[in-house]
Design a protein around this ligand. Structure first.
Ligand code: NAP
Ligand code: F7E
Length: 329
């Protein structure tokens, strides 16, 4: 069988890099979209740089999207690019909508014109449930987004459904709950904590400033979640799926586990800082991923305590290595 080609927007991000690893293992030709920047931002894909093809384009520029699709001839398109940090969406609501909402239409429309038979994955989010209307949340739960990011994702979700229904595209939306890893951006709470704990353990910091410790999330491992994205595009019919672990934990529980892992009492180091509170909060997220389990055969493999340990260990190793290098220099 001919080797399949996958095209990933957001390949330099957390999920894009894990998806690229996964698809290379499956034997795919992997092409990624990167936006022009004055300095390269390829740390997460450094280890596979020679095995993937990178193309410059931007979600804000429709012509660039059509051009890149006609160069690549993809069988599968994974739209992972977005402005993904919720607090920034209050500071830059219009830009968030341009990337995270309208960017989806630009890409879908380019795909419709250039490669209508390519299968399409849209990175939707549990943030769309926001002020949850029922618990746990499934494919049938109404949306009530609580941030400009969540609102933009609802648009991206429905435009994907609409292009599927209007034009018969094989377009799927994965409603993914929070997923984390050692490659998570440093501003997201799990990585902020694992990195902060490692710094305190190594004597490089003496406190960790956080916001709302009572918020609850359904946290899984990003490596497990990219497998679900791929599975959605291997089905007979396009559909939408909720992906999560079915467990919810508070930020405080993550904090406690992370400090316990290095033998420290979190209460001595965590400072509550109002600047990290949000104008509107999502208090509780909990996935019902029963449909994904039944139809995709998908289940997460990494538990919450193992995820915490994995992230703290990775930050200890990275920061410890950096400290040794600076001492030797
Ligand atoms: P991430 O680490 O923040 O990566 C975002 C990616 O989007 C980066 O590669 C970024 O490129 C790219 N990007 C942003 N704006 C762009 C533009 N205008 N043109 C081209 N590329 C652009 O996010 P992630 O955690 O991997 O998440 C992947 C996707 O899943 C996002 O759509 C996110 O909203 C969604 N999602 C994430 C989660 C989660 O828990 N991680 C849950 C549900 C949904 P640069 O490197 O150049 O900045
Ligand atoms: O916040 C609380 C904060 O920024 C989680 C994105 O990938 O998942 C992510 O969005 C919770 C919130 O992720 C701090 O108030 C407390 O309740 O790690 P986060 P998020 O907002 O859930 C969804 C599914 C996405 O789609 C998004 O793209 O943690 N929290 N103290 C804090 N959060 C941050 N960032 N920093 C703190 O100091």
């Amino acid at each position: 069988m001919a080797r399949k080609t996958a095209f990933i927007t957001g390949i330099t991000g957390q999920d894009g890099s894990y998806l690229a690893d996964f698809l290379l293992d499956q034997g795919y030709r992997v092409c990624g979209m990167v936006r022009r920047s004055s300095t390269e931002n390829f740390q997460r894909i450094e280890h596979i740089r020679s095995r993937i093809e990178l193309y410059q384009a931007d979600l804000l520029d429709q012509t660039s999207l059509a051009q890149v699709l006609s160069q690549v001839h993809p069988d599968e398109v994974y739209n992972l690019a977005a402005m993904s940090f919720v607090p920034t969406s209050w500071q830059q609501p219009v830009l968030t909508a341009e990337y995270t909402a309208l960017g989806v239409t630009r890409l879908l429309d380019a795909l419709r014109a250039v490669c209508p038979h390519a299968r399409f994955y849209q990175a939707s989010s549990s943030e769309m449930f926001g002020k949850v209307q029922q618990t746990p949340q499934s494919e049938d739960t109404p949306f009530y987004p609580r941030s400009p990011y969540g609102v933009a994702k609802v648009y991206g979700h429905y435009i994907t459904v609409n292009y599927r229904e209007s034009y018969g595209l094989f377009a799927c939306s994965g409603v993914l709950f929070n997923h984390e890893s050692p490659r998570r951006g440093l501003e997201f709470v799990t990585r902020k904590i694992s990195h902060g704990v490692a710094k305190i353990r190594l004597g490089l910091a003496h406190e960790l400033r956080l916001g709302n410790l009572q918020a609850k999330r359904d946290w899984g491992f990003a490596g497990d979640y990219v497998r679900a994205m791929w599975l959605m595009l291997q089905q007979e019919k396009p559909d939408d799926y909720v992906i999560g672990t079915g467990e919810t934990h508070s930020v405080e529980e993550y904090v406690q586990l992370a400090f316990d892992h290095v033998g420290l009492d979190w209460r001595k180091y965590v400072v509550i800082d109002p600047q990290f509170y949000r104008p509107a909060e999502v208090d509780l997220l909990l996935a019902d991923a029963g449909k994904a389990k039944r139809q995709l055969g998908w289940q997460p493999k990494v538990s919450f305590p193992d995820l915490t340990a994995m992230m703290v260990e990775a930050d200890l190793a990275a920061l410890g290595g950096q400290r040794l290098a600076s001492l030797a220099a």
